[in-house]
Design a protein around this ligand. Sequence first.
Ligand SMILES: NC(=O)C1=CN([C@@H]2O[C@H](COP(=O)(O)OP(=O)(O)OC[C@H]3O[C@@H](n4cnc5c(N)ncnc54)[C@H](OP(=O)(O)O)[C@@H]3O)[C@@H](O)[C@H]2O)C=CC1
Ligand SMILES: O=C(O)[C@@H]1CCC=N1
Length: 270
Amino acid sequence: MSKKIAFAGAGNMGGAILRGLLQAGHKPEEILFFEPFDKTAKPVEELGAIRFDDFGKMAAAADVLFLCVKPQVFKSVASEWNASANGKVNNKPEIISIMAGVSREKILAALTFNHGDVVRVMPNLPLTVGKGAIAIASDGVSSESLEVAKSLLSTVGVTVTVGENLIDAVTGLSGSAPAYVFEFIEGLVRGGVKMGLTRATAMQLTLATIEGSVELLKKSGKDTGELSAMVSSPAGTTIAGVQVLEDAGFRGTLMHTVEAATLRSQALGK
Ligand SMILES: NC(=O)C1=CN([C@@H]2O[C@H](COP(=O)(O)OP(=O)(O)OC[C@H]3O[C@@H](n4cnc5c(N)ncnc54)[C@H](OP(=O)(O)O)[C@@H]3O)[C@@H](O)[C@H]2O)C=CC1
Ligand SMILES: O=C(O)[C@@H]1CCC=N1
C-alpha cells in the first residue's frame, strides 16, 4: 500500500513539495494537508490533495508528516497541534521538518503526540519541477527513517546527507540560493535591456546561457576557472566585463551572502 503523505502548512515550500510529489507520480488522494488559511488552501485542494480541518485527524491518517510552517511560529503552533493530536495518533507518522533553524532536539521536545522519528531536511524551491537540491540531516536518525526521507525526496531532486551541524550552511546555500539566482538572472536581463535588447530576447538568451554553462561545467570535467578563461579572449570583451565583477567584489559578495543567510538560520534556531 502506498504511503499517505501529510503536510502541516501548504504555503510556498509545503505547497512546492506537495506539487513536486504529485508531478513525480504520487496520487492526489495520498496527499493530505492541514492549512488553516483558505486562500492558500484553495489552489492545493484544486490539485486533488485532501484538506483536513483538524490536525489530529490528519496526523492519525498519515505515514509521513512534513512540518512546513515558519520557524518563528513553530512553538505556538506545536501546542495547537499537540492539543489536537494527543491521544488520537496510533500510527506514529514519521516527521520530516523543513523549518530553517529549528533543531531536531527542539522538534522532539515540542511534539507530544505519538509520532515516529524526526528527520530534518533542507529543500529548495526548484523541487516543484523535480530539480530540487535537498539536504537530509542524519544525526540520531534511524537508517529506516533516513531511507523514508531519502526515497521520498529523491523523486523531486538531488539529495545529500549532512550532519545537522551543517544544515544551517545548507540553508544559506541551496535553501536560499534560488532567490540569489533569480536576482542574478534579473540583473543580466536588465543589462541586456539597457543595451537595447527586448526583455523577452534578453531573458531567452540569459536562460539558455545559464543552462548551457551549467551543462558544460557538469560534462566537461573542467573547473570554473578554466571555463571562464576559455570565454575570456586576451584584450577581449569578456575580460572587460569580468574586471567590473572583480572591482565590485562579486565573488566576495556571494560568499558574504551565503554567510549572512547561514547566520540568520542559526539565529532563527535560538
Ligand atoms: N520558501 C522556501 O524557499 C523555503 C522554506 N523553507 C522552510 O519552509 C517553512 C515554510 O516556509 P514558507 O513555505 O516559505 O512559508 P509560508 O508562510 O509560505 O508557509 C507556511 C504556511 O503555514 C501556514 N500555517 C500557519 N499556521 C499554521 C498551523 N497552525 N498549521 C498549519 N499551517 C499553518 C501559513 O499560513 P499563513 O501564511 O496564512 O500564516 C502558511 O500558509 C519555513 O520553516 C522555512 O524555513 C525551507 C526551504 C526553502
Ligand atoms: O528565507 C527563509 O527563511 C527560507 C529558508 C530557506 C529559504 N527560505
